[in-house]
Design a protein around this ligand. Structure first.
Ligand code: GLN
Ligand code: ZN
Length: 768
């Protein structure tokens, strides 16, 4: 290292989990929502939240992070906070001040005796599993700065660390993600919004802030040229005396954005090094006073970093940039659990290889030290990380020759069913003996308190396995009887034995592990605890066959087996980083393939492979879609192609649009696909109609997210709409999604209406 580089790179974070250890904020929020909402209740919630923030500051301090993020905390969601910060609550809420109850109104809607006000819509934050509240803009509601809550949070952090760095989602990202006005109208509002940001920045300057991080992850998307062109003028307006801006990009490669970024009137750029290979291209074009923040630790990976390998990458950058180099995780740590140190029930070889949010802080400061003082200064940590990883790599089950060979063999040729769909359909029509417009459900039936209690008791050892299994078999019998008496055509067993559609399979597969406290915020107070895929996946024994076979033994009607697809298991897990997602998907598919074989052999005539997360896996940039779709489709086919012609393969997807991926949906070659269409009033079917989708379709005709029971007439109307788009001999009748969150009375009535609607449809369209 040249002697001229004294000093060390600045360490900082882009954001931190806000749910608190042991999900403190969740419990506090939910307690508050149940309370009468008095000043005392609110005070308690605020204190709990302050403790969560204090804890995060403490950990940053302990690790010696120079510029911890602040202003990233939210009681529900950061985008909803921004809406209030800029006075952009939709008109239907009336005039909302920027306070807690306003935030909860945006998030949860408002219900009074006289009115129901719908909440903001929710959607996924880029390609993460975090869901944000979608801001709603209209053409003329003026921006109005109401910064009290935000400033209070920043001041609280500054009091402890004057170098704390406020974080804001940037104006272009805010406008791009918003709805309610056309893209053109939203873009036209950019100058006005920039003025408001600038006013806020001026207030931050007054509070003593030096650096502000502005997140523009939208730079990772395929933006129209006029949006890209708007960055420059907007950021000129943002320039505020006394404030230095760090513009943060993440989740996607810089490809094609270097020109836009290098010229922006900001003082630094944060780059996600986990997706950007060529950071030099940016450094080459950046004026020599600007900061480059290297997002070097993968902010979404739970795995301990290879410190030595990262230093290989950072050292040349540090040579070039000196203390203009900042170090950070690639993105906010929001997408990670808080602390791997609490995982005392995992095998030690796994536990020592985990790095959650707290561990990332430590790794970050180690890297900074390794650059400032040379590798020897952190030699022990480098070696320890390497040794831990070696132990994991050598762990039995990590690499299994038999699985690797099996997958290689299974993917030599494109997996395909024995016959093409028309021939299969003919065989299935004979064996299944279904009427026109067959009726079915998506899999789960109500998960009653009794079912959950039984599962909890069994897990705690208070209920023995055979009593538990008897309870589940009884529940299955109840579900079968109910479906028979309602008159459904293809029955399901109801999934009472499943707590979660991914965890249930993960627990029965080799290669998975489960944390105790690995919770990650999904939205608001809701968290998920994704399983960890750490080793090669294998299925030691059948997973669902006894339940499905039991169900089939109770009825003469066909029962549909129920599996979670490879892509969905992958998307909703933390995945190993030493094998491509593609290969892990194939391993999962190979395991599911064995299950399909066993289900078919047990006489289960139909098998549904759920892929609700199929679309989620799409890369942010379109030029990378093909590669993903190619292996995702192959994984699904690998799992299902082995089914005999007579076995009807179903798949199910929800929360999806299909227009731009319809070819891949067709390539799955499922005999039947059921989708969620009610809320779009069958609009989502257009993609299938326009494409002449060749196989059978069950467009959902009952919105199971709403407690409302649809009338027979309403269902019939939807079916008539569907019939205009789907040929009669390929149309199924079913709800939008599984019924596990609903209660029995509404389920029974709604399904009766659904069956009645199908019967009337048959009357109106008797066929030949
Ligand atoms: N078979 C699952 C169920 O019915 C499907 C769930 C889903 O699509 N998310 O619950
Ligand atoms: Zn669904």
């Amino acid at each position: 290292m040249p002697a001229s580089f004294s000093g060390s790179p600045t360490t900082h974070t882009l954001g931190f989990p806000r749910i608190g250890s042991s999900r403190a904020l969740k419990w506090s929020l939910e307690g508050y929502w149940r309370s009468a909402g008095t000043d005392d209740d609110r005070q308690r919630l605020k204190q709990d939240a302050a403790a969560v923030r204090a804890e995060a500051r403490h950990w940053h301090g302990e690790a010696g992070i120079d510029r911890p993020a602040t202003g990233d905390f939210s009681f529900y969601d950061g985008l909803a906070d921004l809406s209030l910060l800029f006075g952009q609550a939709p008109a239907r809420f009336g005039d909302l001040p920027n306070d807690l109850d306003a935030l909860f109104a945006l998030a949860r809607g408002r219900e009074t005796a006289t009115e129901t006000v719908a909440p903001l819509a929710m959607t996924k934050w880029f390609d993460t599993n975090y869901h944000f509240l979608v801001p709603e803009l209209d053409a003329d509601r003026p921006f109005r700065l109401d910064a009290g809550r935000y400033l209070a949070q920043v001041e609280e952090a500054l009091a402890e660390n004057p170098a704390a760095k406020p974080v804001l989602v940037g104006p272009m990202t805010f406008l791009w993600l918003a709805r309610g006005a056309s893209a053109k109208t939203r873009l036209a509002r950019a100058p006005a919004l920039a003025e408001i940001y600038s006013a806020l920045l001026a207030q931050l300057a007054k509070a003593g802030v030096e650096w502000v991080q502005i997140d523009e992850p939208v730079l990772g998307l395929d933006l129209p040229p006029e949006w890209l062109a708007a960055f420059d003028p907007v950021y000129h307006r943002l320039k505020t005396p006394g404030i230095r801006l760090l513009l943060a990009t993440y989740f996607a490669p810089l490809a094609g954005r270097v020109g836009v970024l290098a010229g922006l009137p900001v003082d630094g750029i944060h780059v996600d090094l986990t997706t950007t290979v060529d950071i030099d291209a940016l450094v080459d074009r950046l004026p020599a006073f600007k900061v480059v923040s290297a997002g070097v630790l993968d902010g979404r990976s739970i795995w301990r970093a290879d410190l030595g390998g990262l230093l290989d990458r950072l050292e040349p950058l540090f040579q070039r940039l000196g203390d203009r180099l900042w170090l950070a995780p690639s993105c906010s740590l929001l997408h990670l659990p808080i602390d791997a140190a609490v995982e005392d029930q995992l095998p030690p070889v796994l536990a020592e290889n985990l790095s959650f949010a707290r561990q990332k802080l430590e790794e970050l400061s180690l890297l900074a030290r390794g650059l400032a003082d040379g590798r020897v200064a952190i030699g022990e940590a480098i070696d320890a990380a390497k040794a831990a990883r070696r132990r994991l790599d050598e762990q039995e089950g990590r690499v299994r020759g038999d699985r690797r060979e099996a997958v290689a063999r299974l993917t030599v040729d494109e997996p395909a069913r024995a016959s093409a769909y028309p021939e299969r359909a003919r065989v299935q029509r004979e064996t299944l003996g279904l009427p026109r417009f067959p009726t079915t459900t998506i899999g789960s039936f109500p998960q009653t308190d009794e079912i959950r209690a039984a599962r909890r008791a069994w897990r705690r050892g208070e209920l023995d396995t055979s009593s538990y299994e008897t309870r589940m078999q009884d529940e299955i019998a109840t579900v079968i009887r109910a479906q028979e008496s309602i008159g459904l055509d293809v029955l399901v067993h109801g999934e009472p034995e499943r707590n979660d559609m991914v965890e249930y399979f993960g627990e029965q597969l080799d290669g998975f592990a489960f944390t105790r406290g690995g919770w990650v915020q999904s939205y608001g107070s809701r968290c998920v605890k994704p399983p960890i895929i750490w080793g090669d996946v294998a299925r030691p024994k059948p997973m669902t066959v006894r339940w499905s076979a039991h169900a089939q033994s109770l009825t003469d009607r066909p029962v549909k087996g129920m599996l979670t697809g490879p892509v969905t298991v992958l998307s909703w897990s933390f995945v190993r980083d030493d094998l491509s997602r593609e290969q892990v998907a194939y391993q999962l598919a190979a395991a599911l393939r064995d299950e399909v074989i066993d289900l078919a052999a047990a006489g289960i005539p139909a098998i549904q492979v759920d892929e609700p997360a199929f679309r989620e896996g799409l890369p942010l940039r379109r030029d990378r879609w093909g590669e993903y779709l190619d292996w995702a489709v192959r994984a699904f086919r690998l799992a299902t192609a082995v089914a005999p012609d007579a076995t009807q393969i179903h798949t199910h997807m929800c929360y999806s649009e299909f227009n731009d991926i319809i070819e891949s949906i067709a390539a799955l070659d499922a005999d039947v696909i059921t989708i969620e269409t009610t809320r779009s009033n069958m609009k989502l079917l257009d993609a299938f109609a326009d494409f002449d989708y060749p196989n059978e379709i069950g467009p959902g005709v009952w919105d199971i997210h709403s407690p409302m029971v649809p009338t027979t007439e309403a269902i019939l109307e939807r079916l008539e709409l569907a019939l205009a788009k789907v040929p009669a001999d390929r149309l199924w009748v079913n709800p939008d999604c599984g019924l596990k969150t609903r209660g029995w009375p509404e389920v029974t009535t709604a399904l009766e209406h659904l069956v009645e609607a199908a019967a009337r449809l048959r009357g109106a369209h008797p066929g030949d």
